[in-house]
Design a protein around this ligand. Sequence first.
Ligand code: SAM
Ligand code: SF4
Length: 358
Amino acid sequence: MAMHGELQDSHGRMMRDLRVSITDRCNFRCLYCLPETEEAANFYRSKWDALRNPHPAGLEPIKYEWKPKSHLLTYEEIGRVVRVAVGLGIEKVRVTGGEPLLRHGMETLVADLASIPGVRDLAMTTNGFRFAQKAEALRSAGLRRVSFSLDSLDRDNFRKMTGRDALADVLAGIATAKRLGFAPVKVNAVVIRGLNDHELESLADFARREGVVMRFIEFMPLDSSRAWMRDLVVPGREILARLQARFGLKPADQSGQPSETARRWIFADGGGEAGIIAPVTEPFCGHCNRLRLTADGQLRTCLFSLEEHDLKPLLRGGADDGALAARLVEVVRGKEAGHRIGQPDFVQPARSMSCIGG
Ligand code: SAM
Ligand code: SF4
């Protein structure tokens, strides 16, 4: 039985992890998230043609316009929601986006979140482009953990995947994070068949060499082009077999962490660890303890939720913290059992990952 006022859903899962998107804007155009380049369009087009599988009617690309500033939660409003959520059992907070480092003065938000008693783990996910410039301020503000997105170590392929010629900037960001003692430094790669799957081993080698923790992620149907295809997903099992063959892996002990998204593996020679996040082929919804707050104040109970819950009327309408807490409890109760990728009734959410917050 949940204690009064805890964030427990109707399936018995207790929410401990809140992902906070602080902007829907991004300076990259990752092909699996917010593609806009001709190269990205060509990549997808060639896949649809090759398989004689026309892009399904009704799945038009999401035309996105950035939310006006007045629609975004202020740092004060974000801090308030996080405080209330922490009072209801949230322990982990991740700042994300869009690209979080695009939001002006975000270190003040980080300092505020780091000061909340009960936030046991504060982290950020970034594309890394602006990290080197911001790193010292973020570290002083109390950020200790950072995850970078890095899908390719090849300059041309990186540009193709992200739409930006920015590999060197991201690598500089990772080096800065290491130098300043952020720990662990994690590196996320979304693996897409025919695009960067040939780089699996070199990305793992990079992680081993640099002492960072690699996470390989299956491509999910959350791209704004709505061009996701199952054939482009490299199943976690296949990623594991490749890494196993090359490096030798032993399973990490995860007995105390059932809600962790990554299956973690230790390199047999002691050279660090790699994790595989396989939400498409090996869903882990049964242990999900995550909630998401979008930059425009929508609470989401799942990456794939079709419904969002607007907190702005409460935040801007004079509601007290008790009313806000009651709303959070009510929303969480309706959290869906799991996503329905692969089911005949699956519907891709109306917003892409860049707006939802990964
Ligand atoms: N801009 C930041 C970044 O790229 O790290 C933070 C936001 S981004 C939406 C958060 C994470 O979502 C990134 O690690 C990115 O690779 C991942 N992501 C985006 N679209 C995805 C998709 N369609 N499938 C799987 N992961 C995705
Ligand atoms: Fe931007 Fe991150 Fe999406 Fe890439 S994955 S387009 S960096 S929000």
